[in-house]
Design a protein. Sequence first.
Length: 510
Amino acid sequence: MKALTLKVLYENSDPNIPSRKQAKYLAIADALRKAIKEGQVAPTEALPSARKLAQQLLVNRHTIMAALAELVAQGWVEAKERSGYRVVVNLPIQGSRAINKMAQTQQSFDWKFRVKQSCAVTPKVKASQYPYNFSGGQPDIRQFPFDEFKSHFSQTCQRPKIDDLSYGDSRGEAELIEEIATYLRRVRSITDKKLMICNGSQEALYMISQLLLQPGDKVAVEQLGYPPAWAAFERTGATLIAVKQDERGIDPEHLAQVFAQGKVKLLYLTPLHQYPTTVSLDISRRMQIYQLAVQYGVAIVEDDYDHEFHYDSQPIAPMAADDPSGLVIYISTFSKLMFAGARIGYVVANNVLIEQLAAYKILMNHKCNVLVQQSVAKWMQQGGFEGHLRRMTRLYQKRRDFMVEKLRSFQDQGLPLQFEVPAGGMAIWLDTGKSIVGLKEKLLANQVYLQTEVEFNRFKDLPDDLPSNVPSNLPKKEFRFIRLGFAAMNEAEVTQGLAIVMNTLYGLDC
């Protein structure tokens, strides 16, 4: 090896590698490795002695010994007794080149998937990137008290509970479980059930599906409903059966016919603010549905995704609050009150199911986000949670009333709009009186995001003029409904966004 070449390599070693200037032995090891890669030193060739290398590079002999030890550990050099250091026979770079050569002569690796996933990792359309965002479940994150929450997070970090930061209970942090359980008992009348915290309500739906369903089972769902829940059920090989809806919600008579056909394992419901129509299922129908579930041995998954936001009266207590047979699995989330990125959802059920869910969760994730959960627990303990809830409930009610006023003004102008004022929730289900097929794409081009009836219909009766992503082998019908979220935008944004929607639909200059 030429002393001059090695010195040049050493002096020109990458300065961006962390601590390179402080750790000379790493720079020397890098220079030697580069010389070997470039063929300046051949396999089995002896390296200069540590003393000679130290003289060439003007460093301490111990620095050279540390560099050589690094190369030995990495497999580039070996130490031979009484003969110093030599380059190994089979260099790592040669193995890599051999593998690369093999890969170039073959096709890319063929992955064998048990199930091909159809959900995109990154959504093609992200609602929050649009200035006019009518997404029905989107809170106004700008209103979240980040400074207040930051103080609770800081307290958690300043006085961490060290034992809680290691692996432990997959059900979630005990403090937060206790706070949520107290809140549910006081506000939603849910008692005598166990609670587990999940990484959002979708994780709960997925785990429930994996534990309770198998190929050949059936899941009864509302015909207009929540596609991510459907996807979780279908991944198990279960078949979804759509149950008819009317102006009062899911139809118990049709549900009885579905149950009578057999093999229905689950019924998935959004009874308080039906997704997407916002209809509240009345007490009479809830009792009929519960009695059918008991009769046929069907568990009910009650998704209460935005219970907090009910404006005209106290909301009806969840079905889980009156569940003598213990067949209701109650799911909810903090995503609407906080933000989706908080990833705090929870499932409430009898102890047998919660124990199985907790055991299954260990396979997916040994531990929840301890610091966030403990911070939310402190936020709840000190009253910030319910204070924020009261503020947002007042704000969203005001925004609902403002959107209702705007829509009625369009009705006064002769537009064929029809809607019911929702008692709660974060959106209005609007009958536009005309076909909305293709509307979404046009609005996206004008910086408006909203969702249409096409996206929520389990078994679609489709018109001729279809978007490219909708199946065409189904019966025909006219889609007229859109879902207008009112929570995420202020009055000025709602006014401007609605003007674009009405202009696009009716050519009305607003």
